[in-house]
Ligand binder design. Structure first.
Ligand SMILES: Cc1cc2nc3c(=O)[nH]c(=O)nc-3n(C[C@H](O)[C@H](O)[C@H](O)COP(=O)(O)OP(=O)(O)OC[C@H]3O[C@@H](n4cnc5c(N)ncnc54)[C@H](O)[C@@H]3O)c2cc1C
Length: 325
């Protein structure tokens, strides 16, 4: 079968890698870019997907929850959080796909015509035939737009890289004025720190709090909902283009890769992708959505402070770490 995948981020590149063993796969990527990101990912993905741990530049075994100037340490029960550089990580995943036989084309998906995909490259438009198409083109999915499907629900986040504030582990900020309805964060990177918060005002307050001055850029991140359509006839969606970002924690990389694995497995074994995804993740996503709602209320201060207690810390870390696979 001819499979055309639009977008070669973690979701698209992984789907291409896994499907190219059994199918003729073409992977379309618009540009080489460094996706704005904290780069934090559950370390277990490296074993699960047989990825090279040399891509990890920080191994994190403890994070801090910060609220009203109190820093609550959370022990992650080992070096279970990995930090990667997205440009390198995404390229590595694409290289694996190509090694497995996928054809990688740098070009931009523009829409559909005559039951083919319109791809623009080197200033020219060409039509590519496919039997099955995968939209892995991120939160602003052009494939969704071309099919007139509702856009992915999302929120804006503000992001910057700075050398003015140094961290050697991940910090999460929960004061409402720094993080709005969600959380703000600072992650260690090579010679710099990646920081982010939601709306611009919260980001400015975060900078004041950290005593730094940086200009952020705004990017969208999906807010998962149960009713997001992830298939339309022979077109499937995965990763951010399917809204598959964990509520509350906003982990997108891990779930983009794992959802791509579920999709590839469903295509290869002729299974229902939506059912397979729901079997694996629906319960957890719904539970986290409920916690996300609570986090938006005044109960947040109570929950954050409860993390002073070891059994609460243990519960949160187990929830984060332990799920099937
Ligand atoms: C500021 C910020 C910080 C984040 N931090 C984290 C974090 O620390 N940990 C975490 O797990 N998640 C994080 N996320 C979320 C994470 O980045 C995404 O969930 C993840 O990248 C989703 O992978 P994906 O492959 O679905 O989409 P993407 O990574 O967005 O990949 C989509 C690809 O499609 C390409 N593309 C788009 N349109 C077209 C087109 N028309 N034609 C061809 N190609 C196209 C793009 O260039 C891109 O490479 C963060 C997000 C933001 C905005």
């Amino acid at each position: 079968m001819k499979i055309l995948i639009i977008g070669a981020g973690p979701a698209g590149a992984t789907a291409a890698r896994l499907l190219s063993k059994n199918h003729e796969v073409t992977l379309i990527q618009d540009k080489e870019w460094d996706k704005p990101c904290g780069g934090g990912i559950k370390r277990k993905i490296f074993k699960q997907m047989n990825l090279d741990e040399n891509l990890i530049h920080h191994y994190i075994d403890k994070v801090y929850m910060i609220y009203k100037n109190e820093k609550i340490p959370i022990d992650l029960k080992g070096k279970n959080l990995a930090i990667v550089k997205r440009k390198e990580f995404d390229k590595y995943l694409r290289d694996l796909a190509v090694k497995n036989g996928a054809k990688l084309i740098y070009g931009k998906f523009k829409g559909f015509g005559y039951e083919k995909a319109i791809i623009q490259r080197n200033g020219k438009k060409e039509l590519i035939k496919y039997d099955l198409l995968i939209g892995a083109d991120g939160v602003n999915s052009t494939v969704r737009k071309a099919l007139n499907l509702p856009p992915i629900p999302k929120i804006i986040t503000h992001f910057a890289k700075t050398t003015q504030y140094k961290v050697d582990t991940c910090e999460f900020f929960f004061d409402f004025n720094l993080s709005g309805k969600y959380y703000a964060w600072a992650f260690p990177h090579l010679n710099q720190t990646h920081i982010g918060s939601v709306d611009k005002k919260s980001f400015e307050n975060l900078c004041k709090y950290l005593k730094i001055s940086v200009k952020p850029k705004g990017y969208f991140i999906p807010t998962w909902q149960e009713n997001i359509q992830i298939q339309h006839k022979n077109v499937y969606f995965v990763g951010d283009a399917a809204g598959q970002v964990m509520p509350l924690s906003f982990e997108g990389i891990y779930y983009a890769i794992k959802s791509a694995e579920i999709l590839a497995n469903s295509i290869i074994n002729n299974l229902d992708y939506k059912k397979e995804w729901e079997k694996r993740y629906l319960k957890k996503f719904k539970f986290m959505k409920m916690l996300e709602k609570i986090n938006k209320t005044k109960l947040r201060s109570f929950i954050v402070k409860a993390h002073r207690l070891n059994f609460v810390k243990n519960f949160s870390v187990s929830l984060w770490l332990n799920e099937r696979n």
